[in-house]
Design a binder for this molecule. Sequence first.
Ligand code: NAD
Length: 367
Amino acid sequence: MTKKIAVFPGDGIGIEIVAEAVKVIECLQQEFGLDVEIEEGLIGGAAYDETGSPLPEASLDLARASDAILLGAVGGYKWESLDISVRPEKGLLGLRSELSLFANLRPAILYPQLAHASTLKEEVVSGLDLMIVRELTGGIYFGQPRGIRTLDTQINGKPERQGFNTLVYSESEIERIAHVAFKTAQKRDKRVCSVDKANVLECTELWREVMERVGKEYPDVELSHMYVDNAAMQLVKAPKQFDVMVTTNMFGDILSDCAAMLTGSIGMLPSASLDQNSKGMYEPIHGSAPDIAGQNKANPVATILSVSMMLRHSLAEAGLADKIDQAVAMVLDNGGRTIDIYTEGTRQLSTSEMGDEIVSALKSLNV
Ligand code: NAD
């Protein structure tokens, strides 16, 4: 049966990089018989400009009716002064929570061709291949109560205010992300490191207890625990010790950006956000890069690799996912580089040239 992919280019470089990813999907349709249809929708600032909402009902309906979603990026200078309730980013958060995309998978893979682009020594990062599984719809970003309240005390002659957020996780929320982490590890090196702050926060004491409990259902996977401060240090000191890291929404937000930078460029890393039934939204980890938008300079590889993750996790087409990964590696081997990963002796490509070279490499694999 024909599967449906909703495509939301969004804002800034989102438009340019998604165009390249769509070329790749079209190549898979034409050359490899991939049975999908693509429908484009509005999100973020572009949607706000057109409809007054960063996530119009029509986009939500399209996302709900699709088997998978490909998203570019949202946001930009133009919308920064808008009220927070209609900012472009709200569209993205709305999509994640409306579709219950609770599991965020962020691989951090260092391509051997780019080993020198990392800020860490080559021997520390070469061969790096870790997966961060971040809980995405719970924790302190969503917990109630939250807000800013006025106290009875005074500061600088004025009533003092107090900001507060709440870290909450129910056992079922922890269980479902634990299952995703263990199942992911089963397909990899069979090691899960759960990251928490169980020595200080009761909520993550429960997190640790539930991880242990769920871990017993996966005897083939080795489970370890690490406090988040140590995990941050270990990521920089010896990142290759990790296979799968599973953690809360906020810790995952911070650690995954840290892990991403070990690999040299933010323009290379894809992500998947999955629901209970492996329906997913796929997007590069970077933003809309307004500083380079509209210049045909952005690196489309993270978005193209997001298509690879989509084929693997939502469309049951792991073979085609491997082909995309191979095509990207071939272009890197041939010295093709966008400006963010360019070094002397390589060939500088524009966004569209990079997309074209990956499509050509893909076609050459159809033998
Ligand atoms: P950013 O990721 O957009 O850019 C950070 C830096 O990385 C910039 O110098 C940019 O030029 C560069 N960069 C990013 N992607 C690149 C690519 N594919 N190729 C080459 N270089 C690339 O982060 P920012 O500047 O903090 O945010 C810009 C806007 O994006 C803001 O409005 C922010 O809210 C939004 N944002 C959106 C998302 C998302 O849509 N998922 C994520 C993060 C930030």
